[in-house]
Design a protein around this ligand. Sequence first.
Ligand code: DLL
Length: 444
Amino acid sequence: MLYNKEIETLALPKLRALQNERLTTLVHRLYEKVPFYKRQFDEAGITPMDIKRVEDLHKIPFTKKTDLRDNYPFDLFVVPQNEVLRIHASSGTTGKPTVVGYSRKDLDIFDEVVARSLVAAGARPGMKLHNAYGYGLFTGGLGMHGGATKLGMAVIPVSGGMTDRQLMILQDFKPEVMCCTPSYAQTLAEECKKRGIDTAELAVQYAILGAEPWTDTIRAQVEAGLNVNATNIYGLSEIIGPGVSQEDYEEKGSGSYIWEDHFYPEIVDRDTGEPLPYGEEGVLVFTTISKEAMPLLRYWTNDICSIYYDSAAKRTHIKMSAIKGRADDMLIVRGVNLFPSQVEVLIDEFEHFVPNYQLEVSREGTMDEVKVNIELSESLSNAIGVDGLSANEQVKQLIHDFRQKIKNNIGLSMDVNVQPFGKIPRSAGGKLSRVKDLRKLDSK
Ligand code: DLL
């Protein structure tokens, strides 16, 4: 089943025609109504007449998160205030949050793309959705809620946290579908095991995980631990929220469909901003071609991935690879570029480590030091016991091999701190940060 077969399988020339038509209408509206965009065009020496098709987008300057902050809270809204029906905001680590507004049409688009995503993930009308994304200013909870209602599912609005209650609901209400962050799904899987909950007795079949980067090893852990089929959902509040792209449950590993009749993607070089060909990795940039209240042109997501067409796929829309990290997550350590996901991939190669880790970066004098805090598997951890860990020969060998692997693959020497199973912070419902950069704290 596809939610909107006509659009999801639209032939590419027709999809391009639709995108071009939406884009040209949009640039005229934004130029006339939003002073920020008029300035952007004027400064670049272009007019809306220069943008006739998506191939012309490269002429337009990027819109960045700082532009949203500079226009805080409502200066990028295009419709009158009384046509704005919802406002979300994402909390920044510093300063004011990023604010986004939705008109009725935008909320309809939001419901539509989430409904498509749910179906791609395996959900069907009549099923129940255990929605453990946070409700509130975060777009996760309400976004999934609206799409599931539109699809004809019963939504259980659990929101994040309160793990006891989550497990009770999974056992008693018997939802067939659940959604939450991948790190929280790991927490739930571990808790099931700890409490002896037989997951074969749960009804849940599909888990829709996103809002933070995750890997195939985490997928395997969650799928085994909760007895589910887990797919990736991607999105960001500036573009709409969850449902910008979604992986199909029968095409796992081949990327997530971007609903490109609404969100036109580009990949650009992170340093020069030049557009890159399909398949190359760079920064993901979106133009929201159909939105009404707060459309954005060439929004610089800061997320690193590639986009490509998959001719073997069920749908015609373009796919994106898993997010490798955020451009601003990239650590520069002794001059070497380092994404946390590069370490994560190496952890996956050690069966006695679990994919729960934290990188700690500090500065000793002028030298950057990285420490990888990593957990032992539950079985080895139990076998050795907490006290004997640092003296254990097998652990010493593991540390040696892991350090060597990091050095050979990434080119950096790192300290490795092995901890017993269960010691590294887990998600309590929201997004989890894998990096503790103590250098930033020092310099504040
Ligand atoms: O995280 C929207 C969302 C909610 C997506 C629920 C999926 C599920 P923001 O809080 O604005 O919105 O954060 C957006 O989170 O730019 C990425 O860096 C990251 N992110 C979101 N989904 C994924 C994913 C929501 N599937 C930021 N994989 C984005 C990797 C993701 N990173």
